[in-house]
Design a protein around this ligand. Structure first.
Ligand SMILES: [Zn+2]
Length: 296
């Protein structure tokens, strides 16, 4: 997958940084849209054995090992459960003070940095303030507001905004049908999620059901009320699937809107999604959406 397709502006920016060899020692990637893949690409560019103008080839041994998370000088830290524990960060920092195995550079990528415990965050802060030479840190988060302000102020914050068109193109290059690529690019944020959904039977079935349901709802068909419990709930049977259901509904609403300009539905969807975030059940949220749209 080409970073140029999914994050064209950031690609150009970091291409210049890599070519000038002026990488900063600590970045905070926010927004999450291909931020992990981007950090991997930067790491590959630093270690690539056949880099062209300092940019990764993606094919050599080092590039492949880094992509497989099997390269000793590129370390990935992920939360265990709901936090990143202080001993994970301590281990990391002691690693940071050692020199690289393959060369003199080292890269550390920390996912969900908003989940750092406060002692872990403070340990990390020490490194950010007194970095080791040739050591690069990439902190990733989808929730900037949850990241310690002292970390925010000492890192370069780079927003990874969603680029649906570019994502859709990247999916087509993975041999996903064009019509499906557009849908998947709208309802997911990660290549791996999109590929998984593309092969999931429940997703394909669920997509058809949502499409029909949205069409019934916009025709003010009363069946849409019954379908929530009878059809949608059995397929979208956990919180993760239900989040995807909301994305699918938004996607088909938007398609309908182009022809019907039905602003009541969008307003009601917004309300329903808010309730869902506050832990009202999926079924209740959608049934209320139908009631608000049909009978009020
Ligand atoms: Zn390479």
């Amino acid at each position: 997958m080409d970073m140029h397709d999914v994050q064209p502006v950031l690609y150009q920016r970091f291409k210049r940084v890599l070519q000038k060899q002026s990488l900063f020692h600590a970045y905070l990637f926010t927004g999450g849209f291909f931020s992990f893949e981007f950090a991997i690409w930067i790491a590959q560019s630093l270690f690539c054995q056949q880099a062209e103008q300092h940019l990764a080839c993606g094919k050599c041994r080092n590039c492949q090992l880094i992509a497989a998370n099997d390269f000793s000088d590129v370390q990935l830290i992920q939360p265990t459960g709901n936090t990143i524990k202080v001993n994970q960060v301590r281990e990391l920092i002691s690693e940071m003070s050692q020199t690289g195995v393959e060369g003199n550079q080292r890269v550390f990528i920390i996912k969900s940095v908003d989940l750092l415990s406060s002692s872990a965050a403070n340990a990390l802060l020490k490194f950010i303030e007194e970095p080791s030479p040739n050591t690069y840190l990439f902190l990733l988060t989808n929730q900037l507001g949850q990241v310690l302000p002292t970390i925010q102020s000492r890192t370069q914050i780079i927003p990874f905004r969603k680029n649906i068109l570019g994502f859709s193109e990247a999916l087509k290059q993975q041999d996903i049908l064009p019509s499906k690529a557009d849908l998947l690019a709208n309802v997911t944020n990660h290549m791996s999620d999109a590929q998984l959904l593309n092969e999931s039977q429940w997703f394909n079935q669920g997509t058809q059901l949502i499409q029909q349901w949205v069409s019934d709802l916009s025709n003010r068909n009363k069946l849409s009320f019954v379908s929530v419990g009878a059809k949608l709930v059995p397929i979208f049977d956990d919180k993760d699937k239900q989040k995807i259901a909301f994305n699918l509904i938004a996607y088909y609403f938007e398609k309908q809107m182009l022809s019907t300009k039905d602003s009541l539905l969008s307003a009601n969807l917004f309300k329903a999604e808010k309730k869902f975030q506050f832990n009202v059940s999926f079924q209740n949220c959608l049934e209320m959406l139908v009631i608000d749209s049909l009978w009020r």
